[in-house]
Design a protein around this ligand. Structure first.
Ligand SMILES: Nc1ncnc2c1ncn2[C@@H]1O[C@H](COP(=O)(O)OP(=O)(O)O)[C@@H](O)[C@H]1O
Ligand SMILES: [Mg+2]
Length: 237
């Protein structure tokens, strides 16, 4: 199910002169069409993925610190002002569940979940799990479907096996009418069949194929040419 079909940058070009509107990828951003249940946003560090995804999450009604819409814990106001000129075009459908995972503040999310739900629901406190275990617990027990899920680098705490587990869980949630928007560097997550992958780069944001992603190309090259790459990096082998 698609709940948000388009992200539009309404800031006039001549006013895109200071942060965050002057981030190179965002200066050139007019709109992003979301017509797949799973959309990935990828690209080099510092190109503006988190800034963009945060603006989308805030416009979708989430707390900028992350969490579901029910969580109202105090924020540090660390989000940018981009949300003011970002507009989301919604479809006729309404999601009944949602979650925004902001990579930097997962600890706060775990705290909010601890306070909000009976601990027995998770079989204990999320703080007693590892970061990766907490996130898997959240995916499996907290997300209910009919949802809009916005994640920023969710793979950061996940092993390869856990990322494969996440792929399967995403599919289950898509089948129960969910939409995902995920900023990621993970070549495993981006392999989700039928997803759109947008690459955020200095010259703008464009739709690319899985095989065109840097994560796919460089991982594959490195695995197949490990000795040569290490040699070129100056290692004495
Ligand atoms: N408060 C700020 N003022 C000015 N520039 C910032 C601020 N916060 C982040 N930036 C810059 O904005 C750019 C985009 O950051 P970010 O969205 O976090 O990138 P990504 O998530 O793609 O790694 C970076 O170059 C970063 O240094
Ligand atoms: Mg980021």
């Amino acid at each position: 199910m698609i709940y948000i079909s388009k992200i539009v940058n309404n800031r006039p070009i001549e006013k895109r002169i200071e942060y965050p509107y002057n981030i190179p990828s965002i200066i050139n951003l007019e709109n992003i069409i979301l017509n797949k249940e799973v959309t990935f946003i990828t690209g080099e560090n510092g190109t503006g993925k988190s800034t963009l995804i945060e603006a989308v999450a805030i416009n979708a009604g989430f707390n900028p610190e992350g969490g579901s819409r029910n969580f109202n814990f105090k924020t540090q106001d660390s989000h940018s002002e981009l949300f003011e000129d970002i507009q989301l075009i919604r479809t006729a459908y309404r999601n009944t569940d949602g979650f925004f995972l902001r990579a930097e503040s997962f600890y706060n999310v775990a705290t909010a979940i601890d306070e909000y739900f009976a601990q027995s629901f998770y079989g204990g406190s999320l703080h007693e799990c590892s970061h990766g275990e907490s996130f898997l617990a959240l995916l499996h027990h907290r997300l209910r479907g009919n949802g809009l899920y916005i994640f920023d680098e969710p793979e950061s705490a996940l092993s390869i096996v856990s990322q494969l587990n996440m792929l399967v869980r995403i599919q289950q949630l898509v089948k129960t009418k969910s939409q995902f928007i995920i900023a990621t560097h993970s070549p495993i997550l981006m392999a989700y069949p039928g997803a759109d992958i947008f690459e955020v780069a200095i010259d703008g944001i464009k739709l690319i194929s899985y095989e065109e992603t840097e994560q796919y190309r460089l991982n594959k090259y490195f695995m197949n040419n490990r000795q040569q790459v290490l040699f070129e990096l100056g290692f004495n082998l």
